[in-house]
Ligand binder design. Structure first.
Ligand code: HPA
Ligand code: ZN
Length: 355
């Protein structure tokens, strides 16, 4: 990590910093592919597939995106999945997202996909996997975007269901880099999924879990100790536990923080009071991500620029750290990471980064 030269407020002009943030190479480590399903595409697919929607138009659907907590969002998120029926639908979904990500200068994305939200509707791996994988191949070929899929299991369902899902994914394992855990956090602690994460470890998969979004700091601790995760998705509630904070800093456990998601799900009151600057100042390996951008009002660059606009304490050194962390914390091959980090350092070269 590079040198710090001047005191905090000797900042560069804000517009210049936002431009640097937007154009910087970066990794997106916390995005649910089903959460990139824009209302316009929901309507298009509903029409294509003859699915009736309980909304008059796109604007009416958008107006329904007024969430009070995680569950109120998940109800609409799973309902939105109902329009995804064919291989082509999954291709269209993922290809639209990859083009959007490339415009934000994302060079590496590790998207979650939720098989159970499709298999429960009778849509199998043989339908969604080819669509998702073809989109990823095209993103690599045409956009130079590297994609590593993370299969995520739904924590509100029984662990046996997750184990069956992992079994059903076996023919596709060459294209899956990790196992994740998402959905309703409260009352569904990490230890409920000990066996499926042990199986993932045997398979050589990376492991991550949502923890400390709505759930208590102990869920973060148990995700590390019981599930053996390498990154924590969200993790913002770790700030309530000083010992846990020290551990996360010491072990440099990456946190994939999603500021707009936290505001829209009422985890924090607004961006100005988001605790990301404190997490970073405490030495944690924090990254900024989009989560479910079609539902929360912004992709990764929107998350970055809106957060930096709302938080005067964030300047060039924090921008540099957050984006470098995203590349370092990715599960890509070391050779790819070295290349991106060299491009990253070239982008930031000569930028004064006060601390
Ligand atoms: N939290 C938990 N589960 C999810 C989320 C989230 O933000 N998005 C999609 N599934
Ligand atoms: Zn998430």
């Amino acid at each position: 990590m590079t040198q710090v030269i001047a005191p905090a407020q000797a900042a560069m002009p804000h517009a210049l910093l936002l431009d640097l943030l937007e154009r910087s190479p970066k990794a997106e480590l916390h995005v649910h592919i089903e959460g990139t399903l824009e209302p316009e595409l929901i309507f298009l697919l509903a029409q294509r597939n003859g699915v009736a929607l309980p909304y008059l138009d796109v604007e009416a659907l958008r107006r329904a995106y007024a969430f009070t907590d995680l569950q109120s969002f998940l109800d609409l998120y799973y309902a939105g999945c109902a329009v995804l029926r064919t291989e082509q639908d999954f291709f269209d979904l993922a290809w639209a997202y990859f083009q959007r990500a490339a415009r934000d200068h994302v060079v590496r994305v590790e998207p979650f996909f939720d098989p159970q939200s499709h298999t429960a509707r009778g849509i199998g791996f043989e339908v969604f996997m080819p669509g998702l994988l073809q989109a990823a191949q095209r993103a690599q070929d045409e956009l130079g975007l590297s994609v590593g899929w993370i299969l995520s299991v739904l924590r509100h369902l029984p662990e046996d269901d997750a184990l069956q899902t992992l079994d059903a994914a076996m023919p596709w394992m060459d294209h899956i880099i990790g196992l994740g855990l998402d959905s309703s956090e409260r009352s569904n602690p990490p230890e409920k999924f000990a066996r499926v994460f042990a199986r993932a470890a045997q398979l050589g998969l990376h492991r991550v879990a949502h923890a400390g979004e709505e759930g208590p700091p102990d869920y973060v601790r148990n995700a590390l100790d019981v599930l053996g995760v390498e990154r924590i998705d969200h993790g913002v509630r770790a700030a309530e536990d000083p010992q846990l904070m020290q551990r996360l800093a010491r072990e440099q456990v990456p946190l994939t923080v999603c500021p707009l998601s936290n505001v829209r799900l009422c985890v924090v009151p607004d961006l100005a009071r988001h605790n990301l600057p404190q997490l970073l100042a405490a030495g944690l390996k924090v990254t900024v991500n989009a989560d479910d951008p079609a539902y929360f009002g912004g992709y990764v660059n929107d998350n970055l620029t809106q957060l930096f606009a709302a938080q005067p304490a964030l300047g060039a050194s924090q921008a540099y750290a957050l984006l470098r962390n995203s590349l370092e914390a990715s599960f890509a091959a070391d050779a790819d990471k070295s290349l991106w980090l060299a491009q990253f350092d070239a982008h930031w070269q000569g930028v004064e980064r006060p601390q």
